[in-house]
Design a binder for this molecule. Structure first.
Ligand SMILES: C[S@@+](CC[C@H](N)C(=O)[O-])C[C@H]1O[C@@H](n2cnc3c(N)ncnc32)[C@H](O)[C@@H]1O
Length: 484
């Protein structure tokens, strides 16, 4: 005999409560981990569908957006007969989903089964439950989590949307080619990173003269530090929590950090598809696509420079308070291991190149290794392309710049010009032509000899006109890298 059973969340989750969002994201992420490859648990665009034989009018679903959820339920056969294989499989799924939900939502979790009085009845009426189910599949949920005060810069390139396990994020609304400047944004405010005890006071003083709208826009940003962390029992005060979650340094290693109303909605990825940069000339933060981004794809940046998975996770947890759910970090352990191996080789090559290039600034260094150093640069560029899904232009540009320094130190202007030309093109893709480092590189493209390493040795002497004509593809590369 069939019956209906399931659970309700009472009260329903709020669309403006970051805590509710966070619990729901944790719930969805645990369901994902639990069912990486069960054909009956299907991850659709807007919800997870649990297919099973006993379901009559609908298969149970879990939406990715928590505040849409009222009930998870289905008809079941508590005494399975002939169809026992499929049915008992679903009973085990139901048991697992309920166990995870109970654990995360505590008192909000209300189990019921309509043939058992002691388990009570569902809390919500069926009419509203059906309406909530119908809302799961509504495209472009118009009321995800952005509180009303936030007004992300209107852009035809992206929209703000709730992303499973990450809160809000930016989604491309059109195909975006590499090098597109997706955003430039002035900070809401900047402050020098003060010592932690005075952070709350500094932010409070900075916010005071701002308009009410700007102050509430600040408060509407995500705060990942609402409860004490596992490592420290002390609760982070609210203004500091928002700052720690969102602040971006104004430039590499800068002690000044800025808050942005739109850029701070961009989530982190360990294989990001955009590059963020503080443009000193514009006094704005810019976001550029570093590989083609398809419409519907999430726009991501990297919050950190750590490359290996363990230090990466540790840093993201310690400094930003979250467990990374990006494509790389949620890939299977074997995949992650092979990425780590490649990243380890990248780090080693990079270190070796850096120590050679840095040492060769000195006139007294006997430079016996420039050819090896060039080889390492080429190898590094190859590995970077593989590791970062073709999106390593920022790092590749660095490798071309190192190769430029090797060549110019030896007086080889022809190769130096090609190398720095490529470094420049890549910098422009990441930062645009108007950034300070793009301009510095352009000066070197115009005249490589202005670099201070020029002429420390003249072993490979050549003029810029000596770039051979008529060589193409691999032939040209062989000449460029002095191979063969
Ligand atoms: C600067 S905010 C980004 C916008 C945020 N998602 C929101 O809803 O406003 C940073 C927070 O987003 C979430 N987040 C960003 N990247 C993430 C990732 N790769 N995995 C999981 N959560 C992420 C974390 O809660 C993090 O503290």
């Amino acid at each position: 005999m069939k019956t209906t059973a399931g659970f309700d969340l009472v009260p329903k989750l709020s669309c403006t409560s970051p805590e509710d969002q966070k619990s729901w994201n944790t719930f969805i992420s645990q369901i994902r981990t639990q069912y990486p490859s069960n054909p009956n648990v299907q991850f659709k665009e807007n919800y997870i569908l649990f297919k099973h034989f006993e379901a009559e009018e609908h298969h149970p679903m879990l939406p990715y957006i928590g505040h849409k959820f009222l009930r998870f339920s289905s008809s079941i056969n508590p005494n399975p007969g002939d169809n026992s294989i499929l049915n008992s499989d679903f009973l085990s799924v139901l048991h697992t989903v309920c166990g995870i939900a109970k654990n995360i939502f505590g008192k909000k979790f209300r189990w019921w089964r309509d043939d058992l009085k002691e388990d009570g009845e569902g809390f919500y009426g069926w009419q509203e439950v059906w309406e909530s189910w119908a809302s799961y599949d509504m495209p472009n949920d118009p009321t995800p989590s952005p509180p009303p005060n936030i007004n992300p810069l209107a852009s035809p390139l992206f929209k703000v949307q709730t992303i499973p396990s990450k809160g809000r994020g930016l989604i491309a609304t059109v195909n975006i080619p590499t090098g597109t400047r997706i955003l430039t944004e002035s900070p809401l405010f900047t402050i020098p990173s003060p010592p932690i005890p005075s952070l709350e006071t500094s932010i409070s003083k900075t916010l005071k003269p701002l308009s009410k709208e700007k102050q509430s826009a600040y408060h509407s940003l995500h705060n990942n530090y609402q409860s004490p962390s596992s490592t420290s029992k002390i609760k982070t005060p609210p203004l500091s929590g928002i700052f720690k979650t969102n602040a971006i340094p104004c430039g590499y290693n800068s002690s000044i950090a800025g808050i942005y109303l739109t850029i701070c909605l961009i989530n982190h990825s360990c294989i990001p598809n955009t590059y963020h940069n503080w443009n000193e000339n514009l006094e704005q933060e810019t976001i550029h696509a570093i590989r083609p981004i398809n419409a519907g794809e999430e726009i991501t940046i990297s919050y950190i420079s750590e490359s290996m998975s363990n230090p990466r996770r540790k840093r993201l947890q310690e400094c930003f308070g979250f467990d990374c759910q990006c494509q790389l970090c949620t890939s299977d352990p074997k995949q992650l291991e092979s990425n780590d191996e490649r990243r380890q080789r990248i780090l080693e090559l990079n270190e070796s190149i850096m120590s050679n290039v840095t040492a060769s600034y000195s006139t007294t260094t006997i430079d016996s290794t420039p050819i090896d150093c060039l080889k390492d640069c080429r190898r590094l560029i190859g590995l970077l392309g593989q590791e970062y899904d073709g999106s390593a232009v920022n790092f590749e540009g660095g490798a071309y710049y190192d190769a430029f320094r090797v060549c110019i130190r030896q007086g080889d202007q022809a190769r130096a010009k090609v190398m720095v030309g490529r470094a420049y093109e890549m910098r422009v893709l990441c930062e645009g032509e108007d950034s300070e480092s793009s301009r510095d590189l352009k000066r070197l493209v115009m005249n490589p000899t202005v670099h201070k390493m020029y002429g420390l040795s003249m072993k490979w002497r050549s003029e810029v006109e000596d770039v051979p004509e008529g060589l193409e593809g691999e032939e040209f590369e062989k000449w460029l890298w002095r191979e063969g």
